[in-house]
Design a protein around this ligand. Structure first.
Ligand SMILES: Cc1cc2nc3c(=O)[nH]c(=O)nc-3n(C[C@H](O)[C@H](O)[C@H](O)COP(=O)(O)OP(=O)(O)OC[C@H]3O[C@@H](n4cnc5c(N)ncnc54)[C@H](O)[C@@H]3O)c2cc1C
Length: 384
């Protein structure tokens, strides 16, 4: 069932794409989501379908095999996919995050060599920044790349890696010198590189179908032609990718919240108590009104940030605000959706409880909401 949202796109191509996306959502995502989340089954075939439909490289240049869409439009597609099945929307956003470093900082030769495959839809990527001792303080990472024979010998363990174990390639931030954030470099590795492997996926509160795992680098040799950007530039590349990635998380949050609202509205019209549909009780309709308003505000915030990025303006603070507001909003809206369904919201017969569990993750990933507040707070300066 299509989301109850009227879309405004910057490009005409996106409007055509929307009907394809909604068809895939209706036929392949919505019917499978609940069972796959219950059994923890990663839908690799769904990503092949999305790839074949050109949906795994949307915001990148067409000459490298991308869709050539503005971020503003791509994010609304992510929102639609997430509303249908959050593991899939999140997966598209994570894959896109893994493409940003090469697209933005790779040499022409590197882009021509790897980007068409990464954007073409047959492969899936992972983005490796976090470690056990380096979460919010990501610059404290210790996975070490020692210079050796025109490359690096890499040893260490990355933690919490989405698509760990199912990705075809990994973009990883590794420490090449002891110079703090300036000692971090970005490398691109194939999943079948010797010494690179993923541990068993974490057992999570939600997103069970999306594997999150530690990725081990056991004396992995990375040739220097796989260094993205210059040595020591890795941390700024990681942060720049996260600026756009955070807008992906905001779009995911709005998608989950919209799905929760649509469910709650339908239920409130059908459920009868005291002789009338519960939506006729003002106490309940005010709850729904607040949910709808907060969703609209969060959508407007991420789209405004995306338009800045599409105009090549600075947008880091706007991205942090959108991620913070949208994911806190999704937590509140999904909590209220459970309330609207009453007991039915607390059991697995309806997806309300799943939306609630999924919303929680988005307040943590790609920089917790405390870290977003830190980013926003630092940008506040007195008016001159
Ligand atoms: C489902 C899932 C998927 C993920 N996918 C990826 C991925 O694909 N790639 C990847 O690299 N990482 C990934 N992560 C990791 C994620 O980015 C980190 O979990 C996140 O950055 C927080 O790090 P941490 O878990 O170590 O928490 P910590 O940094 O230990 O934080 C613990 C608490 O302290 C707070 N805190 C920390 N520092 C401050 C401060 N200065 N001021 C105020 N509060 C503070 C935090 O906000 C948090 O509430 C994923 C995580 C999850 C849960």
């Amino acid at each position: 069932m299509a989301l109850n949202v009227t879309r405004e796109f910057a490009s005409d191509a996106s409007a055509d794409l929307l009907s394809t996306v909604r068809d895939i959502c209706d036929s392949e995502l919505v019917p499978r989501a609940a069972e796959a989340e219950e059994t923890g089954t990663f839908p690799r075939d769904v990503f092949r379908t999305l790839g074949a439909a050109g949906l795994l490289g949307l915001p990148f240049l067409e000459r490298y095999g991308g869709g050539g869409l503005p971020l503003h439009d791509y994010l609304q597609i992510v929102e639609e996919l997430t509303a249908a099945w959050a593991t899939v929307g999140l997966g598209v956003s994570v894959h896109t995050l893994s493409c940003f470093p090469l697209a933005g900082y790779g040499s022409e030769a590197q882009r021509e060599r790897w980007l068409p495959t990464m954007l073409g839809g047959s492969t899936l990527g992972a983005y490796c920044l976090s470690e056990e001792g380096a979460g919010s303080d990501a610059a404290a990472l210790t996975t070490r790349g020692e210079a050796a024979d025109d490359g690096y010998r890499v040893n260490g363990v990355k933690s919490w890696i989405s698509h760990g174990g199912v990705a075809d390639y990994y973009v990883a931030m590794i420490r090449t010198t002891d110079d703090g954030p300036k000692g971090i470099s970005c490398v691109l590795l194939d999943a079948d590189t010797n010494g690179l492997y993923a541990r068993e996926p974490e057992r999570k509160l939600g997103f069970s179908a999306s594997p999150t795992a530690q990725v081990v680098f056991d004396d992995v040799f990375v040739t220097s032609d796989r260094l993205i950007g210059s040595e020591g530039q890795g941390f700024s590349i990681a942060l720049a990718a996260l600026d756009s990635g955070r807008l992906g998380m905001a779009a995911c949050a709005v998608g989950i919240a919209q799905a929760a609202l649509d469910l709650a509205v339908s239920y409130a019209h059908e459920r009868v108590q005291f002789g009338r549909p519960i939506v006729e009780f003002q106490g309940l309709s005010f709850l729904l009104a607040d949910m709808a308003t907060e969703i609209a505000a969060a959508r407007a915030l991420y789209l405004a940030a995306a338009r800045k990025r599409d105009r090549a303006e600075t947008f880091s603070t706007d991205a942090a605000m959108a991620k913070l507001f949208a994911t806190d909003m999704a937590m509140k809206v999904t909590t209220d959706a459970v309330q609207v369904l009453g007991g039915a919201g607390y059991v697995k017969d309806h997806p309300a409880e799943r939306y609630f569990r999924e919303a929680k993750a988005l307040q943590i990933v790609e920089g917790t909401n405390q870290i977003q507040r830190l980013v926003i707070g630092r940008a506040l300066k007195p008016h001159s």
